[in-house]
Design a protein around this ligand. Structure first.
Ligand SMILES: *Cc1c(COP(=O)(O)O)cnc(C)c1O
Length: 412
């Protein structure tokens, strides 16, 4: 998770901006966005700076991606490629590279000209998809805890968010398929599905995805899938929902270069889907940013073509760091939910004698010099998430070692 995300309703300070009144006493922030005023990440990062704590709150790598990819961006800038508005759907080189990537890893065929759209990160792709596909009053189902841009984007689209909660059991988080089925109503327009899942690290299994696909077909739902951690699966495998029977024609698949290539600041993302779906998403996208990241698009086109060894090394490096941090957190006394994918480990603080993740995280920098994020901000039902705290492990091993040494001072 990156900076700049709004706290979920009910999170500390969430309603601040909504409370800011203009002269007439009318809130400045409109009703759709009331409750999305401030971000827990800004607060926690400020705390990290003030206390000199190690920041395992925000999910960005502390080491840049491959040098040859960075140099490709420099070359594009110097050669004057992408310094002016690139084509609306994205440069052809990148659209072709995205299509080849989907074919190479998943056997999914997309036409680069009509079925691929380049966006300002996955964040814009998600927002544009919801703005394009959701009518005011439509219900949108999302797995809770959820990436917090979902709540804001659903709200901006005028949709109603319907959370289906992932619950911890046997050291990991699980989707209850019956609960998902029960959440579908006649007003449900789409399912916003994130796997590998931030913040829980859950990777939906093939049989679970098959059931989700069946449900979408049976109830005639659209699916928007957030697959930004597609290459960060440590146990099991990633299966795009679009690869299941009946799903290609109803799924907007979203991914991004940020997490896969460790350049989260470039904000190059993409959408794949049928021409009708991509045209719809593009209708919204063109009035959000129109285009973005011209020279970086050339660099990401090259990055996507990196050999399999790049993707394997990325995954294995993060797997090592997951194991390092998970082991350390366990020794420090946390109950650890072992993530099957992503950058994040969610822990239960109750074995440490604490129950309120927000209070725990606010005190942690002073206590031991580490910053983490209370998972509760990713829930509609804050009480469900109260005792959970998320740590990011996309950091140098030396930094994780130091964080673990500090966290061990918590051990009862
Ligand atoms: C980081 C993240 C994003 C945002 O991706 P960008 O390409 O940086 O916009 C979207 N979804 C999830 C689940 C993320 O963790």
């Amino acid at each position: 998770m990156t900076a700049g995300h709004a706290a979920a309703p009910g999170a500390p300070g969430a309603a601040d901006a909504a409370r800011t009144e203009s002269g007439e006493g009318r809130p400045l922030l409109n009703r759709r966005l009331a409750g999305f005023g401030t971000t827990i990440f800004a607060e926690m990062s400020a705390l990290a700076v003030r206390t000199g704590a190690i920041n395992l709150g925000q999910g960005f790598p502390d080491t840049d991606g491959p040098e040859e990819v960075r140099e490709a961006a420099v070359r594009a800038l110097r050669d004057g490629r992408g310094n002016q508005y690139p084509p609306g759907p994205g440069i052809p080189e990148l659209r072709t590279a995205v299509a080849e990537h989907q074919q190479r890893f998943y056997g999914l065929r997309y036409d680069p000209d009509t079925e691929v759209l380049v966006t300002a990160g996955a964040t814009e792709a998600i927002a544009a998809s919801l703005l394009a596909l959701v009518e005011p009053g439509d219900e949108v189902i999302a797995l809770e805890p959820y990436y917090d841009s979902y709540a804001a984007s659903i709200a901006m689209a005028g949709g109603t968010r319907v959370p289906v909660t992932l619950r911890p059991r046997d050291g990991a988080y699980h989707l209850d398929l019956d609960e998902l089925r029960d959440a579908v109503t006649d007003r449900t327009r789409l399912l916003l599905l994130n796997t590998p899942h931030n913040p829980t690290g859950t990777v939906l299994r093939r049989d679970e995805l098959a059931a989700v696909a069946e449900l979408c077909v049976e109830r005639d739902l659209l699916a928007v899938t957030d697959e930004v951690y597609e290459h960060l699966v440590f146990d099991g495998a990633h299966h795009p929902l679009a690869s299941f029977p009946g799903m290609r024609e109803r799924t907007v698949t979203i991914s991004s270069s940020g997490k896969t290539f460790s350049f989260t600041g470039w904000k190059v993302g993409w959408v794949t889907g049928t021409p009708a779906l991509v045209t719809a998403v593009r209708a919204a996208k063109q009035y959000l940013t129109f285009v973005s990241a011209g020279p970086f698009q050339y660099a990401v086109a090259e990055a996507l073509a990196l050999p399999d060894s790049y993707y394997t090394d990325l995954r294995e490096g993060l797997r090592r760091r997951r194991d390092l941090l998970a082991g350390g957190l366990q020794e420090a006394g946390f109950a650890v939910h072992r993530p099957q994918g992503t950058y994040f480990i969610t822990t239960d603080i109750r074995p440490l004698g604490a129950t309120d993740g927000v209070a725990f995280c606010l005190a942690l920098p002073e206590r031991v010099g580490v910053v983490a994020v209370p998972t509760q901000v990713f829930y509609d039902h804050a009480a469900e998430g109260a005792p959970y705290v998320r740590f990011a492990f996309c950091k140098r091993e030396s930094l994780l070692d130091e964080a673990v040494a500090r966290l061990k001072r918590l051990a009862p």
